[in-house]
Design a protein around this ligand. Structure first.
Ligand code: F6P
Length: 361
């Protein structure tokens, strides 16, 4: 017999960039909600777009069986932001009205949103419009306020680290500097962790504007000491001290004019300044694809079942979260419009420096 639940029927969607562990989380939410609490489940296709267009499907146990280890999301995703940019909420518009209409037409008691900053922000803004929402934090960027880790991060970190390991042998064989660009537009968690795990000689993250002269000096010193190769790990959002001094619009224009991503830009500058043969590699979407790591499967499953418990108790307006070593939840307003940056006094930055890594300063 199912345990009594305040929520009888809920909708579930995945939005924003996909990541390993999404299906494990969907399975966690749905299994617990269905088996333990007897809830009915409506799967919403392609993020918030599915709510706008009423593109939905009843999910039965066979739909969420056998998906624990599968990458991507069985529900599909999109970057649809019904309220407009994450940074500032637009007034209620046609898209938001369509979402509210679909929610009530489907007789949902709650909406579960799996996503990053943008998705949880939209979830919170919908809750302010009267919907019952529960958020689940996911992203390879690990940059959501309110949780100590997001699922997807650990899998992407393993991919990034393996790539750096592989680049070491080819860099050494050819006596080259290899610049590897990892994802992370605003926060440098992935580049920092993969850089430390893979023993990068230089690590550049958006939170610490870099001085190209300091990087060139570090690489030249390494070369003179007899090391015939170097690995430079760059977050895609890494910026020079000159770029950091520009306002957002000027920086965007400046980058468009150069037309190269951070990794290529920095590789070019290194070669020009040092004369060392330099190559760049961009990992891109490889970091988001494929099977989740064991750690992400565990985190995604635990957050998923916790979301089902919250719905059963009718404690809406929360985002489930990893808090220390425990699973808990925070108010859904916490991640709204924010990015969890790497603090510049983070122990990992100090650790990286202590083992001789140049952080671009
Ligand atoms: O999922 C977050 C993220 O991986 C960022 O690091 C990256 O900048 C972005 O997604 C790019 O994704 P898309 O091209 O799908 O918008």
């Amino acid at each position: 017999m199912a345990i009594h639940s305040i929520t009888r029927r809920f909708g579930i969607l995945t939005a924003g960039g996909d990541c390993p562990g999404l299906n494990a989380a969907i399975r966690g939410v749905c299994r617990a909600a269905h088996d333990r609490y007897g809830m009915e489940i409506i799967g919403i296709k392609n993020g918030f777009r599915g709510l706008i267009d009423e593109d939905v499907k009843v999910l039965k146990p066979e739909d969420f069986s056998g998906i624990l280890t599968r990458g991507g999301t069985i529900l599909g995703s999109s970057r649809e932001k019904p309220f407009g940019p994450t940074e500032k909420a637009e007034p209620v518009n046609e898209k938001v009205s369509a979402i509210i209409e679909t929610y009530s037409k489907l007789e949902l008691d709650c909406l579960v949103v799996l996503g990053g900053n943008g998705t949880n922000t939209t979830g919170y803004r919908l809750s302010r419009e009267g919907l019952n929402v529960v958020g689940l934090p996911k992203t390879i960027d690990n940059d959501i306020f309110g949780t100590d880790r997001t699922f997807g991060f650990h899998s992407a970190l393993a991919i990034g680290t393996e790539a750096i390991d592989r680049l070491h042998t080819t860099a050494e064989s050819h006596s080259r500097v290899i610049v590897v660009e990892l994802m992370g537009h605003k926060a440098g968690w992935l580049a920092l962790y993969a850089g430390v795990a893979g023993g990068g000689d230089v690590i550049l993250i958006p939170e610490i504007p870099y001085d190209i002269k300091a990087i060139a000096h570090h690489l030249e010193k390494r070369s003179k000491s007899g090391k015939n190769f170097s690995i430079v790990v760059v977050a895609e959002g890494a910026m020079s001290i000159e770029e950091a001094g520009m306002d957002k619009k000027d920086r965007k224009r400046y980058r468009q004019e150069i037309g190269l991503s951070a990794g290529y830009r920095i590789a070019q500058e290194i070669e020009e300044r040092t004369g060392l043969e330099t190559r760049a590699t961009v990992l891109g979407y490889v970091q988001r694809g494929g099977i989740p790591s064991a750690s992400d499967r565990v985190l995604a499953t635990s957050l998923g079942t916790a979301a089902a418990d919250i719905m059963a108790n009718g404690k809406y307006g929360r985002m489930v979260a990893l808090l220390g070593n425990d699973i808990g939840s925070v108010d859904l307003s916490i991640p709204e419009g924010k990015v969890r940056h790497v603090p510049t006094d983070h122990f990992m930055i100090d650790s990286a420096k202590a083992v001789g890594t140049c952080m671009g300063e």
